[in-house]
Design a protein around this ligand. Structure first.
Ligand SMILES: *[C@@H]1O[C@H](CO)[C@@H](O)[C@H](O)[C@H]1NC(C)=O
Length: 138
């Protein structure tokens, strides 16, 4: 039993809780043949090489915005990882391919804990399990 408690605390401490949590912060835009930003920001395909982390007092997120070819602008995909700025953007909400305007969809996953917005959903579910543990331990 004691071992379990120690493992839980060590895990929580390792992944980080609360105030000193960091998020990966990057963008990558694919617009037709043009790419701007850091390729490692893609999801799937995350590569932390050269990607900065920023302190975050709120949730980290991974967002993907897809815009269809309009005839004037080519098809565009924007990947964003970062810290949700609650004051400016409101609380982070998970959305799955939500259509915001015709031809534009947003997919977003929020997570808590240090650098949890790294790769995809498996990591995020670990963070989801850890978040309540953080609340218990700290
Ligand atoms: C995150 O990256 C964006 C785009 O590169 C930049 O504008 C923003 O200042 C960065 N955020 C922080 C907290 O440094």
């Amino acid at each position: 039993m004691n071992h379990l408690v120690i493992i839980v605390i060590a895990t929580v401490a390792f992944f980080g809780c609360g105030a000193d949590a960091q998020c990966y912060n990057c963008t990558y835009t694919i617009m037709g043949e043009m790419m701007v930003g850091q390729k490692g920001c893609m999801e799937p395909g995350f590569d932390s090489t050269g990607i900065e982390t920023v302190p975050c007092e709120n949730k980290c997120k991974i967002s993907k915005m897809e815009m269809a070819d309009t005839g004037i602008t080519p098809q565009m995909t924007v990947y964003i990882r970062g810290c949700q700025n609650k004051a400016v953007e409101g609380p982070c909400v998970d959305v799955d391919a939500m259509e915001v305007t015709a031809g534009t969809t947003i997919t977003q996953t929020c997570c808590e804990g240090a650098k949890c917005n790294n790769a995809g959903l498996i990591q995020l579910s670990i963070a989801l399990i850890l978040a309540p543990l953080c609340a218990l331990v700290f």
